[in-house]
Structures are given as C-alpha cells and as structure tokens.
Ligand binder design. Sequence first.
Ligand SMILES: [Zn+2]
Length: 322
Amino acid sequence: MGIIGVLEFDQEITVAGRPDRKDFMTMSPSEGKAQQGKPWARYSIPGKQYADNLTKIQVSVRSANEILNGTGINLEAYKAKADRNEKYLIPEMKGKSVYLKSSVKTSQVAVRNIIGIVEGKNPDKYIILGAHYDHIGMGNGYIWNGADDNGSGSTGVLTIARAVMAAGAKPETNIIFAFWTAEEEGLLGSRYFVRNPEFPLAGVKLNMNFDMISRYISDDEPKKVTMTYTSSFPRFREITAGNIGKYGIDLLIDYQPSANPPGGTDHRSFVEAGIPVIRFKPGHREEYHTPEDETGTVDWDIMEKIIKICFADTWDLANEKW
Ligand SMILES: [Zn+2]
C-alpha cells in the first residue's frame, strides 16, 4: 500500500581484513582454566564489545506506530504482555511496505598472498599447494584464533614445504606453496591469484587445498578422511591409495570424485579456472567459526597423517609425467 516511511542507516564494511586487528596486537591474551582435560582459552578485551554482524534497524515508537497503524497490532498491549512474560500472537500485517535506504562506506585494506616456490626441472609446469592464513578476527570481545580454520591447513603447507626442501632433490614440476589471504571474505586471495596469473595457468596441473585438517569426523571415527578430487583424474586416487599402503598411513579414505568438486574454500577458485584439485578433509565440528576453535580442540594425529599422505602425494605428483 505504498511507502509509509523512509528509514536510513549507515553501515561500515571493509573489503578485506579488519581495521580492529591492530587492537589484539597490543593486548596480552591469557589462557583460562583447563576444562574437561582440554586447555580452555577465551581471549577477551576488557570493556570492549563488538557488535554482531547482523544489521539492525531501530525505529522510534512514533515510526513503529505509523507502520502498525491500521493493522490492529497494539504496541502498548504487546509491550505490557512482554513485560509480564506473556505470549502475544502478532497478527499478519497486510498491505504494508517499508522503504529502507542504506548507504555503505567501503574502506580498502592492503592484504597479501604469500607465495614460495621450489623450482622443478620443467619450468613450465606447476602444482600448487595452498592454505588460507586469514581467519575472522574478533567478535563480541573475543579473539577468534581459528586453530583448525586454518592454523591447521597453513601448518600443513609449511610442513610440506620444509619436507620438500629437506628432500634436497629437484622435482620435475615446480611446486608452489601458497598462503592465501582473505578466504573468509570470499576466497579473495586465491581468486586474485587465478585471475591475475604471473605465468600461463595452462601450466598449473593441480591445486591441493588445505583447509581445516585437524578435527575428527567424530571421536568414534578418528581415521576417516574425505578426499574430494577432480573426477577426470582417477590417477589422484591411485597415487593416494598406493601411498597409504606403501607408507602404512593409518587413514580410512572416503574417495569423493567430482566433475565440479564442492566446498566453500580456496580450491573453488581453481575449479572455476578449470584446474584439477584435491582436498583432504576430516571433520567439521561444533567449534567451527566460534572463539572455541582453539589449539585445545586439535586432533593432532589426524592432522599429522593428512600431512604425511599429502607430502607423499605431492612428491609423486611433482614427478608425474603430466
Ligand atoms: Zn577455512
């Protein structure tokens, strides 16, 4: 029934990174008591509360009454009942529309991918191991440290880089070790990489993505890991199964070939660019994207085994005749 009012609100967003990150560099985090045998940590900033991401709109009682006018909904009666903890069934509002006008202030923050390369004998072929190194900053006065998401994956890539260097032999293919930025803001780092390549992407034979590799699917299934991979490369499965047996890595792999490997993380940037991918992932637990995603919840043995199989696969794939 037409416009009955115009509400305006301002919202401030950042493109990547968070300006409030400076704050937690200057505070000293403290770990709390151990809980159920696991270290318990809640890092808080005294006196500082951060709003939820939810957009809220406040209107005056006068505006609310204007909106409700003619609907039979009585704000005073509702408030009186709410004060007495009584239920109030709100009838459906019909023939009303509200026009909201919002403005968004955008601020740009400089962020970086961090890339290392071990040169292979063939300068034109690459395999890329990648993990995002960002997380989601702070919320409600807590630092969200992201041990599993994605301390675990970035540790995996770094560990394999060290192992490849320690091996001392030159692989056939260049191996890129990538730490992507701003995955949590929408795969910004990895997407930038594939859209602005420093070398022809046709030479990239594989992206192996590491994101959240340190939690069991359930405590009863400590060996189970999903391997999602591009189905047109059955060789990925063959190599993995071979290495599991050859090195006695005690994992139960659930092979998930797909023409369009799913998941909301950085390998999607490569899938979109038509590059084959592999991703190992154990569980997705309740601490995901909460301040409880802490090192105390990490299942170290599954993480270690995943890093081992990925190292063995990386070495074979870097010496594969592509
Ligand atoms: Zn993640």
